[in-house]
Design a protein around this ligand. Structure first.
Ligand SMILES: [Zn+2]
Length: 101
């Protein structure tokens, strides 16, 4: 029986995110299937997921796609104005954003 434990990253190992450059424990990073040397932190993995969904939504006209489009527009306005960094409004807006598509 073959085990892959030797290839599993240990909590002490750290990797650098290929997107933002942040360094985090390897076992908390997402690895690409065909290129396991490429690691993404969870924030960037969520960002990539949203970008993929945006590309998929380009050809869709359903309620879900239109709703996500509106959410993306609002998110863009919030980021453009920097409201996510506001001491009072920032924390609830970031919480809401984590639960939006
Ligand atoms: Zn990152």
């Amino acid at each position: 029986m073959t085990t892959h434990l030797a290839e599993e990253p240990t909590p002490e190992d750290e990797s650098q995110c290929w997107c933002c450059g942040a360094t985090q424990p390897s076992n908390e990073m997402v690895r690409l299937g065909a290129h396991p040397e490429v690691t993404l932190c969870l924030r960037c993995a969520h960002f990539v997921h949203r970008r993929a969904q945006e590309i998929e939504d380009r050809g869709r006209t359903g309620l879900g796609a239109r709703t996500r489009d509106v959410v993306r527009g609002i998110r863009g306005q919030v980021i453009q104005h920097g409201w996510q960094h506001n001491r009072v409004l920032g924390p609830p807006m970031r919480w809401i954003d984590r639960h939006l598509p």
